[in-house]
Write a protein that binds this ligand. Structure first.
Ligand code: ZN
Length: 118
């Protein structure tokens, strides 16, 4: 895991983004807080849930995108598609617990697959 501070990735308005084993962070927002780093580390653990080298990243991003698309219509009823993505539900629930990754169960995000968040 490496944090790459730059002015391009992610797009303006976003603070950090995980791509494969790297965390990209916008330089203008300064050093990432520990909880944000933990959030991104949990995403890396979620990518690792899919085992297969290289392909695990593809599966993660395709799943992430599809789940966002499937949950998008729920926004008509006041839910937030981004916060409803099962991966995001796990990260937001545990990002403040810096010890979480030590005891995290593989595929922990799966329990959120049918849950929606506001
Ligand atoms: Zn996230």
């Amino acid at each position: 895991m490496k944090i790459i501070y730059n002015n391009i990735i992610p797009f303006k308005g976003f603070r950090a983004l995980t791509f494969c084993k790297w965390i990209f962070a916008r330089k203008e927002y300064g050093e990432l807080p520990e909880t944000t780093v933990n959030h991104e580390k949990i995403h890396i653990a979620q990518e690792d849930d899919f085992f297969i080298p290289v392909i695990k990243y593809l599966i993660f991003y395709i799943w992430y995108g599809l789940e966002w698309i499937f949950k998008l219509p729920a926004s008509l009823f006041g839910y937030n598609a981004y916060y409803s993505i099962s991966f995001e539900q796990e990260t937001y629930e545990h990002q403040d617990d810096l010890e979480y990754l030590k005891n995290r169960k593989r595929f922990a995000w799966l329990k959120n697959i049918f849950k929606l968040r506001k």
